[in-house]
Ligand binder design. Structure first.
Ligand code: DGJ
Length: 545
């Protein structure tokens, strides 16, 4: 035991010395230092995904700031919130208007300050490139772009009216955007040799509200022509015009194809200088409403367009859903839709109201690589009714509880998840219990239970429960959660064999190392394993008698 602990200590000291050494070397030789800390990377195997940061598995416990918090003046109101929720990753916009106010004149002073302060707060960062599209519109473009319709044309709707969304078919817009993005990535590479920034979102909620596609003459000519061979081949369809191949979905998918190709070219220009993992986020469409299609943000990576996006944008590693649906039925459906063999699940945004925090557990259960609520800062803005009405430390308390619970073992969970060993569930809106099959065992997760006895509470309580179970061996499990009871039984009930807890050990993880605290028994196990609002982690050894 002691030897093991010493080894870990020596390894950590060694790593810290290495980092101090690297920091010194950085001044002399940034190129050498850049290659010494491994580049963040997304790896995949058998349809499962793992994000590696500093060479180790990483689960993003993210916190996205509000839209206009990307200025030095707001950092004092941002960083305390990140600390309060105990996020390991801060998600920050970098606006095109901010870095290139005049063509070719770049200003990265905010980014430099932000990186310094993130490092001081010991968090990693994700940057959001707010450029040609921010919620479909060009509002974050510099004035020399968004006010010049002839050089940077807007989408034209069916009736010939201008829409506040730039056309994905304009080469001038693409060239200006990718030049600015490449400049950003070049600067980032030079100033971030330790890879504080682990991933970059390219654009934000791309697409167009109010028109299914660009109806300009040039766009319509392309729309009436053949679907590119690459796309029909990848989808296994017969060649033809857009309408012949996709019928009534043709306009939406044509727009998606063009936007995805544009975004891919921006991402590729950035990766050519600095190949960080890159992703896009989706403004969702109702997950159950195929017929008749309701208006949505056309052309973005909504679930109906994911396959088109995958073919058009191979340099985009992840398509993340922005989930602002409070209902557990809708939320879990979206998790299913974006957890795919060809796509790692990353909840790129979700509401900051307490009711959303529970979905971190279901995200882990879907082999997610991260979870990142939106609007985590104290600048005073609230995006209610999407998120919380009132914002203070109390609002973020359920999220903070979960992050505090999971952060000490985030790397362990990411690696167990990559091996397919993690199961997770969130409290449903109208159900009292859920079942998870674990080999010969079955776990029951129930909510609304007191710690003693089997009668549920009468008074309704907030929806904030969830649990995760990781399979460490055939009869051994890591179990944790909040406001939930976890019980175990044999999946196949034999007449004369019954489950017994051999040992239920409570402990803590520090730097991935398990430390024993005590054994739970008696009241603490007689009614199942009850998780409350304390960060408690158990190793459970099951047996039969
Ligand atoms: C989704 C967008 O991606 C965010 O930037 C923000 O505008 C929210 N919607 C709404 O607060």
């Amino acid at each position: 035991m002691i030897l093991g602990a010493n080894k870990v200590f020596v390894r950590r000291i060694g790593r810290e010395l290495l980092l101090i050494g690297l920091a010194g070397m950085t001044l002399l030789s940034p190129a050498w230092a850049a290659s010494a800390v491994p580049l963040p990377q997304l790896i995949s195997s058998h349809g499962r995904y793992e994000l590696k940061v500093d060479g180790k598995p990483y689960f993003i416990l993210g916190a996205q700031v509000n839209n206009s918090s990307n200025y030095s003046a707001t950092l004092p109101e941002v960083l305390p919130a990140i600390k309060d929720v105990d996020a390991n990753t801060i998600v920050m916009p970098i606006a095109w208007q901010q870095i290139e106010p005049r063509p070719g004149r770049f200003d990265f002073s905010f980014l430099d300050r932000f990186l310094r302060q993130s490092r001081q707060h010991r968090v990693h960062a994700i940057l959001l490139w707010f450029a040609t599209w921010k919620n479909g519109a060009p509002n974050y473009c510099p004035s020399w772009v968004k006010l010049d319709n002839s050089r940077f044309p807007r989408v034209v709707d069916r009736k010939g009216r201008l829409v506040n969304s730039l056309s994905p078919l304009a080469k001038t817009t693409l060239d200006a955007d990718r030049t600015a993005f490449a400049a950003l990535m070049t600067h980032l590479k030079a100033v971030d040799p330790r890879h504080t920034v682990i991933m970059v979102q390219v654009e934000n909620e791309t697409g167009t509200y109010g028109s299914r596609r660009d109806y300009s003459a040039a766009a319509s000519r392309l729309f009436n022509g053949p679907v590119p061979r690459r796309l029909v081949r990848a989808l296994g369809l017969r060649p033809g015009t857009w309408t012949q191949v996709f019928g009534r979905h043709a306009a939406d998918l044509f727009h998606a194809w063009n936007i995805a190709r544009f975004v891919n070219k921006v991402a590729a220009a950035g990766k050519a200088v600095y190949p960080l993992p890159m992703y896009v986020n989706a403004a969702l469409r109702g997950p159950f409403h195929h017929q008749p299609p309701r208006p949505y943000e056309y052309g973005g990576p909504t679930y109906n367009a994911i396959r088109v996006w995958k073919v058009a944008a191979p340099d985009i590693n992840v398509i993340g859903p922005d989930i602002y649906m409070r209902s557990s039925r809708l939320y879990c459906k979206v998790l299913q839709q974006y957890h795919r063999f060809d796509n790692p699940l990353f909840v790129s945004e979700t509401g900051n109201a307490p009711v959303y925090a529970r979905y971190l557990f279901a995200t882990l259960g879907h082999q997610g690589i991260g979870f990142s609520p939106f609007g985590i800062d104290y600048t005073g803005y609230s995006n209610y009714p999407l998120g919380a009405r009132r914002i203070d430390a109390h609002t973020f308390a359920p999220l903070a509880l979960e992050y505090r619970l999971l952060r000490p073992m985030d790397s362990l969970l990411a690696s167990l998840s990559f091996e397919g060993r993690v199961y997770g569930v969130s409290e449903p809106d109208n159900r009292h219990s859920q079942f998870i099959r674990l080999g010969r065992w079955e776990a029951k997760v129930s909510y609304d239970m007191p710690m003693f006895g089997d009668s549920p509470y009468k008074r309704p309580r907030p929806l904030d429960g969830g649990a995760i179970i990781a399979r460490l061996g055939p009869n051994e499990f890591l179990v944790t959660g909040v406001h939930a009871r976890v019980s175990f039984a044999l999946a196949q009930r034999h007449s004369n064999e019954f489950m017994i807890f051999n040992r239920v050990v409570q402990g803590t993880y520090r730097y991935g190392t398990w430390k024993f605290m005590r054994i739970w028994n008696g009241d603490e196990t007689d009614w199942g394993l009850n998780f409350t609002s304390r960060p408690q982690v158990l190793h459970v050894h099951l047996a039969t008698y």
